[in-house]
Design a protein around this ligand. Structure first.
Ligand SMILES: C[S@@+](CC[C@H](N)C(=O)[O-])C[C@H]1O[C@@H](n2cnc3c(N)ncnc32)[C@H](O)[C@@H]1O
Length: 167
């Protein structure tokens, strides 16, 4: 989901050739970039990009995916988009499939650093409807859509990798 330029998505596909990767983005310009990266790579396990707005119904066959990965997206969408994001992921996945989200989050104790506080303020100044999501909001949306929590892994630069399993 939200594969951006496609540079990172292609790197994942090349690093994990046994998996089939299906990039997507809401932005046609980004999808053009993904397609350019796809052609430059030639990776056989990297599909043409899909046009997906995570907040709208996904053009994905029900139960067809083993995992859904969204990197650096959740702080850029409104909190109201968390529910359709996890509902779309749940529909795309079979039982046991994983929904994995990576990025900066608000912890119970607040911001992980002053830099995170500043970045969130910049985002909210640009658009008051977006910004860092609390772990509670993300976990709640995931649970409501039919996911069980699996792991919260600390990543560089105060980012977290949250993994949920479809029940
Ligand atoms: C910061 S970029 C992250 C790109 C990539 N995941 C990465 O980490 O390199 C955020 C991407 O989210 C996309 N995006 C924003 N809102 C979206 C939505 N509602 N549905 C799908 N993609 C969205 C943007 O077009 C942009 O490409």
């Amino acid at each position: 989901m939200a594969s951006g330029t496609g540079q990172h998505a292609v790197a994942f596909a090349e690093a994990f050739p046994a998996l089939d990767w299906v990039p997507s983005d809401i932005d046609p310009g980004q999808r053009g970039s993904i397609e350019a990266w796809r052609r430059a790579s030639g990776a056989a396990n990297f599909a043409a990009p899909l046009a997906i707005d995570i907040a709208a119904p996904w053009p994905v066959e029900t139960g067809s995916a083993q995992a859904v990965l969204a990197v650096n997206l959740l702080h850029l969408i409104p909190e109201s988009a968390l529910a359709p994001l996890f509902e779309g992921a749940r529909a795309a996945l079979g039982a046991g499939g994983r929904a994995i989200v990576y990025g900066p989050f608000l912890r119970a104790a607040g911001y992980a650093s002053d830099g995170d506080r500043d970045f969130d303020a910049v985002l909210r100044a640009r658009d008051p409807s977006i910004g860092y999501k609390s772990l509670e909001a993300v976990s709640g949306a995931a649970a409501s859509a039919g996911f069980d929590p699996v792991a919260i892994d600390a990543m560089p630069a105060n980012n977290l990798l949250l993994t949920f399993a479809a029940s």
